[in-house]
Ligand binder design. Sequence first.
Ligand code: 5AD
Ligand code: SF4
Length: 430
Amino acid sequence: MNFADSEIVASILTKADYEVTKDISDADYILINTCAIRDNAEQRIRKRLHELKALQRQRQWVKIGILGCMAERLQKQLMEEEDNVSFIVGPDAYRKLPEMLQNINGDEKLAETLLSTTETYADIEPVRYDSNGITAYISIMRGCQNYCAYCVVPYTRGRERSRDPQTIVNEARELFEKGYREVTLLGQNVNSYRWQCDGGEVEFPLLMARVAEVSPLLRVRFATSHPKDLSDDLLQVMAQYDNICKCIHLPVQSGSERMLKLMNRHYTPEWYLNRIEAIRKYLPECSITTDVIAGFCTETEEDHQDTLEMFRKVRYDYAYMFKFSMRPNTYAAKHLSDDVPDVVKTRRLEEIIALQGQIALENNQKEIDRTYEVLIEGVSHRSEQQLFGRNSQNKVIVFDRGELQPGQYTTVRVTRCTSATLIGEVVDNK
Ligand code: 5AD
Ligand code: SF4
């Protein structure tokens, strides 16, 4: 999400005759796009700001701006606390940036943090400034109003709004024509994508179909699905199109019914497992990934065991695993107490990580001898002689380079694996 936002900011500023530089010591303005979702994300930004003071001593005219969720959350307080920040811009105010940069003089500080109910930046063609030229993100909606009890996003990114589907399809087509071979449609809860116009209504399954029809050679992914809204209609559309990737990120957050209720997630473990069953039915080869939080308010040992049990039942291919951190303004901050001691949170998180590591390894071992179509993304970090790409299930596969180039499709047979990577050999060089 943040990466997609940075590309929008780069586009707005490029149009106003600013240039993006890869070399920070060459920059006149340093814009830091921030996340507020967990406390440690914010601490990292503060550390980075501190480190940048040395650069500012050398180049005293350099102005630093904070963009995105942390700016929205802390507003002017952030500039009071961090004396080297000159301007802050919330996620719905990026269009104001050129005017702000023009108006920043001397020690003046500027803030634009108004949230919008309509801004989707639909007309802005993002500048893909740090791209591999093969895979790209397309933001299809903004905001979230699910109000999960632990989550700050509804407060920092405002109300949910969908982007005009025609602009999304056009963006996908333009990317394909430029040589891109994979797009990921992004939103906090893509399943509630909805666009109404005179010609009728477009919901997410139809949007996916339209993007998939741009070309059979363009892979389409999406993130993130909320389990409460994952429909059979979407699974059927996914089954219909070979180029819609068979990978679903379905954040579970907890395996305990009580925790899910307290988290305001609007589903039970039973409902969640029913959705997993539906995925397996329509898309037997689909990989499933998740997010989970260890140590949410009042979580008991039994709740934690329910989460481990959920992991054993679903057998995720990958999981983003977090320790709960209380975020200001949320329902949890206002009504619950952060009462699981940090050592307990850490231990529970480690147990989840260990279990998931084992499951991912076992899942990958089952991949040995299977053959996949792989979209080649680049040269392997380990060796110049090897390339890496992903299969439809989003698993990374490394193999010998031969005559192949990034951006091509090839067929690879898996021969070995670790818990994170498949290693294979090319069986078809067409
Ligand atoms: N503490 C820990 N993890 C959180 N997430 C969201 N808010 C918090 C929080 N306060 C996690 C959820 C979400 C992912 C993007 O971040 O698992 O799905
Ligand atoms: Fe946060 Fe819940 Fe919205 Fe995801 S669905 S962004 S966890 S409030």
